[in-house]
Structure formats: structure tokens, C-alpha cells
Design a protein around this ligand. Structure first.
Ligand code: HEC
Ligand code: HEC
Length: 242
């Protein structure tokens, strides 16, 4: 962006120079008006460039020297540097439990998390991370403040809340809050689910069902008892939680 503005400014400045030469040679009123307009444009562009520069500077400095190039060069492309991705493909990492983030990054590096998106998106970025860097990345994202996601589909939220709070006793599904916390905020044992994108949650429940997340404790059993509709209901409820 800043570079584009700079190029535009250069082009304008060159045109200005040309017009000044024409005027110096006894140019007409029309050339003078064009010159004036170009000067105004240059001033506007300069302001725009300053604005771009100041927003770039207001990005929070991560204060993690060793991981800064990885964060800005890789992770932020998909997860946003704040960890609050707005796409249902990329999970939100902000405010996620640090131990969980660390465990998952190692599971991607060691290929024990085997769902298609793990393979497709995360094996690459995780492959060259040392334990030390994984620790710092997990710490960084766990300390970011989660921002609210958009509310889930209202047709699904109501039943989703019932599943989250009561489970589905008839089919032996335990209430999710029992492990994930009253408002799905997560804890040392289970990850945060509040505000996580519904699309991502459904894909993980499917992955648990196919047993593609080997270190998933009891989740494969919980997920195996949920119907496809119940998965979507509870996922939409969770997306709207703050
Ligand atoms: C090309 C896009 C992309 C990049 C780059 C990327 N990720 Fe991911 N990340 C994903 C996707 C997609 C998933 C979901 C994988 C799945 O469904 O198994 C994911 C999952 C994760 C998870 C698991 C979250 C959870 O709730 O279980 C963590 C932790 C993570 N990424 C951290 C990182 C870090 C740290 C970096 C930088 C080193 C990074 N990612 C770079 C796309 C990306
Ligand atoms: C007995 C405890 C327990 C119960 C009950 C439970 N979970 Fe979990 N859940 C976990 C644990 C532990 C993990 C972390 C799994 C891992 O380490 O891979 C998890 C992981 C998840 C994940 C993956 C999160 C991510 O970021 O990838 C989702 C989605 C999930 N649970 C949804 C649910 C839903 C929906 C319910 C209720 C129907 C539920 N869980 C009930 C313990 C539980």
C-alpha cells in the first residue's frame, strides 16, 4: 500500500516537473490549473501515506524477538497476528489455553493430528518449529484478547445451548460445559471453544469421529454420539459465546 502510494507520488511529481517546464517557457492558464490540481493531489497522497505509516506503527509489537519473523511471516497470514481470525477455515487462537496450543503445535509437527486440514495447512508451518519456539508462540497467542465472533445461526443456537448445558442424555452425550467450562472459556484440561467458528468446530467433531486426532482424550467418544445436526447446533451456539 505505502509502496503504491509512493509510486503514484513519483509519477505525479514527474508530471508536475514537465508542466513547470512548459509554464516556464510561457505556458497558458490551462497548464497552471493542471499544476495546481497536481499539487493538491500530491498533498492528499502524502497525507494518505502518513496515515498508512501510522497504522503500520500501531500494530502491537509482539515483544518476542525469536518468534517475530515466524508470526509476521507465516502465522498471521491465516490466523491474524491477534489470533482472532475471521474465517471459518482458520481456528481462533486468541485466549486459547497455552498448554493446549503447545500440544497441538507438537501434534502437527509430529503428524499425530491427522485430519485433512492439519495435513493441508499446518504440517508445513509446524515442521521446523523448535520446542522453544512452540512454547513462545503458544504463550503469545494465549495472551491475546479474544474478540467476539458473529452470532451463530439462530435456528440452531437454541438446541445447541441445550446440548452444551445438558448433553443428550438419551444417547449418552455428556454436557460439554462439564469439561470446557461454564461459558466454554476453557481451562488447563480442555480447550476454549467460546467464539470459535462453527465451521471449524464441526470439522473437528468429524475428525474426532474418524479418530484422526490421536491425543484427544475422551473427545472421540463424545463426538461419536452426536448426530450431524447436533454437531451443527452446538457449534453455532459456541460461535456466539464471548
Ligand atoms: C496457510 C494457513 C495457516 C498458516 C500459515 C498457519 N496456520 Fe495454524 N491452522 C491453520 C488451519 C487451517 C488450522 C486447522 C487445522 C485442522 O483443522 O486440523 C490451523 C490450526 C492451528 C492450531 C490448532 C488450533 C486448535 O484449536 O486446535 C494452532 C495452535 C495453530 N494453527 C498455530 C499456528 C501457528 C503458531 C502458525 C505459525 C507458525 C500457524 N498456525 C500458521 C492454518 C494455518
Ligand atoms: C470429558 C471431558 C469433555 C467433554 C464432556 C467434552 N469435551 Fe470437548 N474436548 C475435551 C478435551 C480434553 C479436548 C482436547 C482434545 C485434544 O487434546 O485433542 C476437547 C476438544 C474439543 C474440541 C476441539 C477444539 C479445537 O480447538 O480444536 C471441540 C470442537 C470440542 N471438544 C467440542 C466439544 C463438544 C461440542 C462437547 C459437548 C457435546 C464436548 N467437547 C464435550 C474434553 C471434553
Amino acid at each position: 500500500m505505502a509502496l503504491k502510494l509512493l509510486t503514484l507520488e513519483l509519477i505525479l511529481a514527474l508530471n508536475l516537473l514537465k508542466l513547470e517546464l512548459i509554464i516556464a517557457k510561457g505556458g497558458d492558464m490551462k497548464s497552471r490549473t493542471i499544476t495546481f490540481r497536481l499539487i493538491i493531489l500530491l498533498v492528499i497522497l502524502n497525507f494518505a501515506r502518513l496515515a498508512v505509516a501510522s497504522t503500520a506503527q500501531s500494530d502491537p509489537p509482539p515483544n518476542f524477538g525469536p518468534i517475530q519473523p515466524i508470526l509476521y511471516g507465516e502465522c498471521l497470514l491465516c490466523h491474524d497476528h491477534s489470533g482472532n481470525s475471521t474465517s471459518p477455515i482458520f481456528p481462533r487462537l486468541a485466549g486459547q489455553n497455552e498448554l493446549y496450543l503447545e500440544k497441538e503445535l507438537k501434534a502437527f509437527r509430529e503428524h499425530t493430528r491427522r485430519d485433512p486440514d492439519a495435513f493441508g495447512y499446518m504440517y508445513g508451518p509446524a515442521s521446523s518449529l523448535s520446542d522453544g519456539k512452540i512454547h513462545l508462540l503458544a504463550e503469545y497467542f494465549s495472551e491475546q484478547t479474544p474478540t467476539p465472533n458473529s452470532p451463530g445461526n439462530p435456528d440452531r443456537v437454541k438446541n445447541g445451548e441445550v446440548i452444551f448445558k445438558n448433553g443428550v442424555p438419551a444417547n449418552g452425550v455428556p454436557p460439554c460445559y462439564a469439561c470446557h467450562g461454564d461459558s466454554a472459556q476453557g481451562n488447563d484440561f480442555a480447550p476454549r471453544l467460546a467464539g470459535q467458528s462453527a465451521g471449524y468446530i464441526v470439522r473437528q467433531l468429524e475428525a474426532f469421529k474418524r479418530n484422526e486426532r490421536k491425543e484427544a482424550a475422551t473427545m472421540p467418544i463424545v463426538a461419536s454420539k452426536l448426530t450431524a445436526d447436533e454437531e451443527r447446533d452446538v457449534a453455532n451456539y459456541l460461535q456466539g459465546l464471548k
